[in-house]
Design a protein around this ligand. Structure first.
Ligand code: FE2
Length: 205
């Protein structure tokens, strides 16, 4: 089996995000769920590995050019791999607890206030029916947008640059929060890696 793509290691221990996200959830989420996306993505590319010697971001941004026979597998598992790799990077047990500088100014300009942004993001995460993600992105016109995507669809598929993402699949919170997705979303704010979000923003704007 080809191993074009590899599961990245977490930069913190499984229990580092407690109590917001418990160790067991992190372990299963990373070692089982994310690992499965990577394995299935590599499997999908077995028949087309030579064509896909390119970054995952590029493959996803041109998802409709992927051969139809493997397009759904690449959409789901490539999206899953990209989304989770990104997600681990915007989580941290420590660090600054709010954005500042240019990103804060732009959030306030777009959403009136930081609270306005957080409400909009939480609402996107809460109202996403079934499985999916909530996002803060920089769109094609370099404007901030908040929305949600279904399943493992990634903003990269619309050529949008993700700045912050929240996994609202049940596998991300059910062990600890059961059906209380809003409590998980509230707790998420305490483990956001704002330095990473700001870095992504200054790289992309
Ligand atoms: Fe997930």
């Amino acid at each position: 089996m080809s191993t074009l793509f590899e599961l990245p290691s977490l930069k913190f221990d499984f229990n580092a995000l407690e109590p917001a996200i418990d160790a067991k959830t992190m372990e299963i989420h990373h070692d089982k769920h994310h690992a499965a996306y990577v394995n299935n993505l590599n499997k999908a590319f077995e028949s087309a590995a030579e064509y896909y010697d390119q970054p995952l971001e590029k493959i996803l941004s041109e998802i409709n050019k992927v051969p139809e026979a493997i397009r759904t597998a690449v959409r789901n598992n490539g999206g899953g791999h990209a989304n989770h790799t990104f997600f681990w990077d915007v989580l941290t047990p420590g660090g600054k607890k709010a954005p500042s500088g240019t990103l804060l100014a732009e959030l306030e300009k777009t959403f009136v206030s930081l609270d306005g942004f957080m409400e909009k993001f939480a609402s996107a995460a809460t109202t996403r029916f079934g499985s999916g993600w909530a996002w803060l992105v920089l769109d094609n016109e370099k404007k901030l947008q908040v929305y949600s995507t279904a399943n493992q669809d990634s903003p990269l598929m619309d050529n949008h640059k993700p700045l912050l993402g929240l996994d609202v699949w049940e596998h991300a919170y059910y062990l600890n929060y059961q059906n209380r997705r809003p409590d998980y979303i509230k707790a998420f704010w305490s483990v956001v890696n704002w330095s990473a979000v700001e870095q992504e923003y200054s790289k992309s704007r």
